[in-house]
Design a protein around this ligand. Structure first.
Ligand code: GDP
Ligand code: MN
Length: 385
């Protein structure tokens, strides 16, 4: 789950990372109230989950209440790269001597946490990576060992941070790492991390992505959930309690078990198709879940065929079949289904499907995963059109 900047800053503050005093506002009047509270000059910042807000006109400095009113009026309702600004964050403006970059994220291939640190902050890190890759220091961290202040000091020194910044940057790295691990983040990024003319190091922006798998131990995340911006398909899937991730392809995928769902994506790719989604209906899914899954997939305009790949263990074939029949009664499917049904009670399931009188143009059954993938991809790629 991605947080807005103001939420990220609130999250940082829990770990004692210095951020500016400020407040969120949904209206111009609220923005002025927050500006008065924060103390002038203030920056009025569009809260959208996309970078480059400054360049797009979504970040403005205001020296007094009139200017705060004017900027908030312009920024609220603004469209930034397809994101509508519904909220602004107003904070006391900082003086900047230098802009740095710091982040922790997981390097899955190395199976370690990873620090990225650079003196070239304030611009997107992808740009720095392209134009000046040597300016980014990358250090892996053993998740068991973690980091120490000495380690962080060395990292800053190795990246030639000015002597006056090293201690302050290192201190923030230790706090940011704590936020990242104890706070269960997938990403904790500060860009820019600023050096003030007074010598203090301070987080001027926050990009935090939380690991949804850890949500059970963070009841405080509920408030972030309330403002989360999902794509419509994902929203619908969440309402139906499905493990769904939207993708860009044309073959809708329903499988039981995350491993089988991933293999299904692979097989679809292997035979020349592209998956429209990942959807795991889990073990023991009943007819209701199956119907809900088909509804979510059917919502996706790009789906040209639906590949239902079930290997029944605790999921029973007749339940899956009943779900499909029920879904076909409930929703007008826009794409045909190709099903591979195997495992527990598969025969009963196939019989239910066969006796339901569903035409071949709506549903076909294939005996193996590969054959079903070929059939689904052939339909999606327009065979017969
Ligand atoms: P982003 O461009 O969407 O990542 O937004 P940021 O929050 O990173 O802000 C972009 C830029 O605006 C920063 O790199 C700063 O140069 C500038 N900026 C933001 N806040 C302040 C502030 O308090 N004072 C000053 N002087 N500049 C700021
Ligand atoms: Mn930024």
């Amino acid at each position: 789950m991605d947080l807005f900047e103001y939420q990220g800053k609130q999250y940082f503050a829990r770990y004692d990372i210095p951020v500016s005093a400020g407040g969120a506002a949904d209206t111009v009047d609220e923005a002025v109230t927050q500006a008065d509270k924060a103390g002038y000059p203030v920056v009025v910042k569009a809260q959208v989950q996309v970078g480059g807000r400054g360049k797009a006109g979504g970040i403005k400095l205001a020296n007094n209440a009139d200017e705060a009113r004017e900027h908030a009026g312009n920024i609220l309702g603004m469209d930034i790269k397809g994101h509508l600004v519904k909220r602004v964050w107003v904070e006391n403006a900082s003086d900047i001597a230098e802009e740095y970059y710091a982040s922790f994220t997981l390097d899955r291939s190395a199976k370690k946490h990873m620090l990225m640190l650079s003196k070239e902050g304030g611009v997107e890190i992808e740009t720095v990576a392209e134009t000046n890759p040597d300016a980014i220091l990358i250090r892996h961290i053993d998740p068991v060992d973690g980091i120490t202040l000495e380690w962080a000091i060395q990292a800053a020194k190795d990246n030639d941070f000015p002597e006056g910044s090293v201690a302050g940057v290192a201190e923030i790295l230790v706090k940011l790492y704590r936020c990242y691990t104890e706070g269960d983040c997938d990403l904790a990024e500060i860009n820019p991390l600023i050096l003030k003319p007074t010598g203090e190091i301070h987080a001027l922006d926050a990009k935090v992505s939380l690991d949804n798998n850890a949500a059970f131990r963070h009841p405080e995340w509920d408030e972030y959930r309330a403002t989360e911006e999902l794509d419509e398909r994902e929203q619908l899937a969440r309402e139906k309690d499905l493990q769904y991730i939207g993708l860009d392809g044309s073959v809708g995928i329903i499988a039981n078990g995350a491993g089988l769902a991933m293999s299904t994506l692979d097989v679809v790719n292997q035979v020349g198709g592209t998956a429209a989604n990942f959807l795991d209906i889990g073990g023991g899914a009943n007819a209701d879940v199956m119907a809900a899954a088909l509804e979510v997939i059917n919502y996706d305009q790009n789906v040209k065929s639906i590949f239902v790949n079930i290997f029944g263990g605790i999921t029973r074939g007749e339940e899956v079949a009943k779900g499909i029949v029920e879904a076909l009664n409930r929703v007008q499917l826009k794409a045909p289904i190709v099903i591979r049904l195997d495992g527990t009670n598969a025969e009963e399931g196939r019989q239910i499907l066969a006796s339901a009188g569903i035409p071949e143009s709506v549903l076909q059954s294939k005996p193996t995963m590969l054959e079903a993938a070929r059939a689904a991809v052939a339909i999606a790629n327009g065979a017969g059109n």
